[in-house]
Design a protein around this ligand. Structure first.
Ligand code: ADP
Length: 482
């Protein structure tokens, strides 16, 4: 594994400040997608261990909530610093279990740490309100308080950032949290728990349980002590969790699937558009929920854009994420590669042409060639479903109205992107597209300072920014008669 600090590699879960195995001793193995080798194991826990983590979070809550905001802030700040001090090791661990190129992993650690830093600052700025009374003798105050015990379930595509984006605001607000990371990438989560412990986050405030998603999810949603669940993952699982949370009227934040459109208008700067499309499409081998899924190019620039884009795609280097100069690592597993293949086959059967790539990579395993298709019909599967892989399909459109209609022709509404230099068009299109986030003349939009989240079937709530902490606070109104 070759970590400078080998104690960051933890193969036990972290409950109530202790490193523990599953009650029955069962484990699940974690595989390196680049080689198929087993990296290690983590406990296969279920309802009983989850209940204990929730009870610990409940016990830890009063003392954590009662610290001053500044005291919580200082501990979070230390956690942030420790993440940055261990960026190399954390990045390496991430590439080993997730597959993304090392530079991207280290970038994600900095991005993940930035949420802890940001919310360490925001902890001190949870302001209330005073409202002019409705009667002469009344004074009205609004205060904000932590929701209480919270839970998070996170995916494998961003093994660190999806955790800190939830744990940062939760802990800053004074909530405690039980986290279940994805079973493909638990080591990044456990390393974060190790650093949280070193940062002085008290036991029970942040626990990490690994194991059966169904059993753990059932307990987290059914247990009345948990007052809020934050989930990032598929729309299907998100809907199920929301349903499970309904009887207990638990708050839910959901960051779900996307199907991001990327529109290139006739007046766009094509070189910039190619750059943005490359960044948004092929980052993490196309496995991000804000990855461009559908590229719509206006008739007048279609061929020129396709040509420039093809040249850029052909430069991408596929390989083991630990090797120098690699742009695209393996996909997370074979199932992911199968989905990319299916989307290509479906589009080609319906008239699309593959300009470059199009098949499994010669390295084998779950490696897939970066692929570009042109003349893709609007009826193709890839127009409707998120591919989550290195496949870029180019569609044509005639005018602004058609571009907007095509962009909105989806149940999803997470991210959208477009390129245009016409100021009037920029506002018209940005306001008309149904998405929570719009990249205008840029393919990179993620930052801790801006609100991340979707509309329609892409989710509920916002993460990051000053809005992100609101998801972990309750509003209480005090009516005082004097
Ligand atoms: P993906 O397709 O990106 O793996 P999933 O929605 O399947 O997305 O997984 C995201 C997270 O949700 C993972 O941590 C996974 O283990 C968890 N998960 C999957 N199924 C369930 C479930 N039924 N209840 C709770 N969590 C689940």
């Amino acid at each position: 594994m070759q970590l400078k600090d080998t104690s960051l590699f933890r193969q036990q879960a972290y409950i109530d400040g202790a490193w523990v195995g599953a009650d029955g001793g069962q484990t699940i193995s974690v595989t390196n997608p680049a080689s198929g080798e087993t990296l290690g194991t983590v406990p296969k826990m279920g309802a009983a261990e989850t209940r204990r983590a929730i009870e610990a979070a409940e016990r830890a809550l009063p003392a954590w909530r009662d610290l001053t905001a500044k005291e919580r802030s200082q501990k979070l700040r230390r956690w942030f610093e420790l993440m940055m001090e261990n960026q190399d090791d954390l990045g390496r661990l991430m590439t080993l279990e997730q597959g993304k190129p090392l530079a991207e992993s280290k970038g994600e650690i900095a991005y993940a740490a930035s949420f802890i830093e940001w919310f360490a600052e925001e902890a001190k700025r949870v302001y209330g309100d005073t409202i002019p009374g409705h009667q002469k003798d009344k004074r009205i105050l609004v205060i904000k308080q932590p929701i209480g015990v919270t839970a998070a379930i996170t995916p494998w595509n961003f093994p660190a950032a999806m955790i800190t984006r939830k744990a940062g605001p939760a802990l800053a607000a004074g909530c405690t949290m039980v986290l279940k990371p994805a079973s493909q990438t638990p080591f990044s989560a456990l390393a974060l728990a190790e650093l949280a412990e070193r940062a002085g986050i008290p036991k029970g405030v942040f626990s990490v349980i690994t194991g059966s998603a169904g059993d753990i999810g059932n307990e987290l949603t059914a247990n009345p002590t948990v007052r809020k669940i934050s989930f990032t993952g598929s729309t299907e699982v998100g809907a199920k969790l929301m349903e499970q949370c309904a009887p207990g009227i638990k708050k839910v934040s959901l960051e779900l699937g996307g199907n991001a459109p990327f529109l290139v208008f006739d007046d766009a700067d094509l070189d910039e558009a190619v750059k943005g499309a490359m960044q948004s499409k092929y980052r993490n081998a196309g496995q991000t929920c804000v990855c461009v899924n559908r590229i719509y190019v206006q008739d007048g620039v279609y061929d020129a854009f396709a040509q420039k884009f093809q040249a850029a795609v052909e430069k991408l280097k596929v390989g083991n994420g630990l090797d120098e100069g690699v742009d695209i690592g393996p996909l997370i597993d074979d199932r992911a590669a199968t989905k990319v293949r299916e989307h290509i086959e479906d589009a080609v059967a319906n008239g699309a042409t593959v300009l470059t790539g199009g098949k499994a990579h010669e390295r084998g395993g779950s490696y897939f060639e970066p692929t570009l298709m042109v003349n893709v019909p609007h009826s193709a599967k890839v127009a409707k479903e998120e591919t989550f892989g290195p496949l870029a399909p180019l569609f044509r459109f005639k005018d602004e109205a058609e571009g907007i209609a095509l962009a909105n022709d989806t149940e999803f509404g997470l991210a959208a992107y477009f390129y245009s230099r016409d100021l009037g068009r920029v506002f018209r299109v940005a306001e008309a597209i149904e998405a929570g986030m719009i990249g205008i003349n840029t393919g990179l939009i993620s930052t801790e300072v801006a609100p991340f989240g979707g509309v329609k079937s892409s989710g509920l709530g916002r993460e990051g920014s000053k809005y992100g902490i609101e998801d972990y606070l309750e509003i209480k109104y005090l009516c005082l008669s004097i």
